[in-house]
Ligand binder design. Sequence first.
Ligand code: PHE
Length: 366
Amino acid sequence: MTDLATMRESALTRIEEAQDAAALESLRVELLGKQGSISGLMKTLGKMSPEERQSEAPKIQGLRSDVADAIAAKKDALDAAELERRLASETLDLTLPEPQSPKGSVHPVSQVMDELAEIFADLGFSVATGPEIEDDWHNFTALNMAETHPARAMHDTFYFPDVDSEGRRMLLRTHTSPVQIRSMVKQGAPIRIIAPGRVYRSDSDATHTPMFHQVEGLVIDKDINLGHLKWTLETFLKAFFERDDIVLRLRPSYFPFTEPSVEVDVGWQDVNGRRVLGGDGDAPGHGWMELLGSGMVNRRVIEFAGLDPDEWQGFAFGVGVDRLAMLKYGMDDLRAFFDGDQRWLDHYGFSPFDQPTLSAGVGASA
Ligand code: PHE
């Protein structure tokens, strides 16, 4: 009898004094576990006489349930205290300034590509892509540059060392024009696409990097003429540079994949020693800057891509995206685009919130 009273008292005191969940758990095992002391008491019931058992059983069971209740209550108390402690240590004072953490930015090339997609989407163009590792046929042959064509030499092509099972040598595409072929082969006509992406040429100085970006434009439809090309480029450049006074000068040129071919210059004016696009390039203090190559798609190219050139005509153009970015946002060294210098990225990068929209003007505010 006294034994039970002492056991109860000592058990309850020890439960009350348990410091943490682990100590409480080992106490539970010690008292109520299979080998525990109170469980041991339960086992003695079997050996008792029925009368003895009748008087002892309720006391022992009472002890067991009191101890179990005390442990459960203590566990709740410890859990609550732990939660309090964590809440106290994890408070966030919203009146303090934000912690300084590294911030990313959108590269001007990506920003300009988004602007281009936005402008051309409004004109009904979708965005097409093609592989950067191209085969000779798509990059040259189907664009009317046969194996012996001198224009191939001007492209400073990076070739892969091995030939494939069909004897083809793969290369890094030298322009986005192979996407013209891929789009015509894949979707037939009519077509209205732009194809922005990386291109590669073995060339490196202040204005040339071995990898740079172009955007290709292609329209294939019925009765397309040079006027459509001029209007499209004018509309695009006015929207892109956000000026109504963009003036184009079209000059005869040569590309194997367009006929006739047209080089497009844009008029600029001198503003405090800086060349700013806009205005008639022939006016005093003004000039012309060569900006892009274009032309009516050569009928041989339309044939190569599996379409009938008597039924389908179109125009194509290609522009350097990096150059567009430099002209619009005022960078002067192309190499810095690809150095990954954090200071340059902080200065010229855009906030992800600066999504180009036509309604707000495609230009970003950074
Ligand atoms: N692919 C040409 C280049 O890289 C540009 C171009 C594209 C010209 C489409 C005409 C038509 O220089």
